[in-house]
Design a protein. Structure first.
Length: 145
């Protein structure tokens, strides 16, 4: 991952959202981004800068081997905007919607984010929230088909 290029890309997408693979810095083509506890940064939009994102990416990349070793899953970094805040997070990209919901609940995440083709076809909002016992809004559809 080219940190400067990825930081610039995430900075420009801070209000619209973006997910990039840790391995190559490219966006996933399909799936749902599910955060991992301990990596999320929640910031007021006025606090976000390319330098801050670059610093965060440096930390993520230095811990990349440990992150990947913890789980045998597809790791990525993401930025999104929700309710006045910009979020940076280390995420898994999970193709199956039900698995993404299960993993999100297991990790005490409040939302999942459709990425790639799922962003358009899932029917979910850019950040799909749920509360205990309820499903994210949108049709029950697995866009990974």
């Amino acid at each position: 991952m080219d940190l400067a290029k990825s930081a610039a890309r995430l900075y420009h997408a801070r209000l619209t959202g973006e997910t990039l693979h840790l391995s190559d810095g490219l966006p996933p083509t399909v799936g749902f981004a599910v955060g991992r506890e301990g990596w999320e940064m929640r910031l007021g939009q006025e606090c976000v800068s390319k330098a801050l994102i670059r610093s965060w990416l440096d930390r993520v990349q230095s811990d990349n081997a440990r992150i990947v070793a913890d789980y045998d899953l597809d790791w990525a970094v993401g930025v999104w905007y929700d309710k006045g805040f910009v979020y940076l997070d280390v995420v898994n990209v999970v193709e199956d919607r039900d698995e993404a919901i299960r993993l999100g609940r297991e990790r005490s995440q409040l939302a999942l984010r459709p990425v790639g083709r799922c962003r358009d076809s899932s029917g979910l909002s850019p950040v799909a929230h749920w509360s205990s016992g309820t499903e994210p809004e949108g049709p029950v559809d697995n866009c990974a088909r």
